[in-house]
Design a protein around this ligand. Structure first.
Ligand SMILES: [Zn+2]
Length: 172
């Protein structure tokens, strides 16, 4: 499996359109509780630039309320089992980030607690993508750590299943 860059430059995060749609729908189903899940895909490097492609997502049991969501220990296992089942243990894409929702208010922002959680292991891996969704407004924000470790909102590209330049091949 190889990574292919599209012609679009200036963005480091690419999210498959199906993933955007499914994650939004999932967050809507979980409302009024927060929703939580992992993002999977590939970390790539092309002409010296690093970028991340998000190609799928998964979730497991979550301890959730309207202002909180956290995987149960079993939920973490379920995420891995689900991905193993879907891809086979040898062909699994990497976990490249996490999404959660704030099903209240308008444009969501990361809370102090989010910043504390995502600032440490296992979320501090380089290039990890943090998606924050407000299912009632449709906000879908992407954050990444900048050079100094601060989480900053990032522009991102939603891409279709067809490779933009052809030749990138279908993955199915
Ligand atoms: Zn939060």
């Amino acid at each position: 499996m190889s990574c292919h860059a599209s012609r679009v430059t200036g963005h480091a995060v690419y999210i498959l359109a199906r993933v955007v749609k499914e994650v939004l729908a999932f967050c809507q189903r979980q409302a009024p509780n927060e929703a939580l899940g992992v993002l999977v895909g590939r970390r790539c490097q092309h002409q010296g630039r690093r970028y991340v492609r998000v190609t799928d997502w998964a979730t497991g049991s979550v301890d959730a309320s309207p202002v909180h969501a956290e995987f149960t220990p079993q939920g973490v296992v379920e995420c891995h089992v689900e991905l193993d089942e879907r891809y086979g243990p040898d062909r699994r894409p990497q976990i490249v980030g996490i999404f959660h929702s704030h099903p209240f208010g308008g444009e969501p922002s990361l809370s102090e607690r989010d910043l504390a959680t995502f600032g440490g292991f296992p979320y501090d891996a380089e290039g990890n993508v943090f998606v924050l969704v407000n299912p009632s407004t449709g906000h879908f924000l992407v954050f990444q750590r900048d050079g100094s470790g601060v989480l900053v909102e990032q522009e991102w590209v939603e891409y279709g299943p067809e490779a933009p330049e052809g030749g990138a091949g279908s993955e199915r």
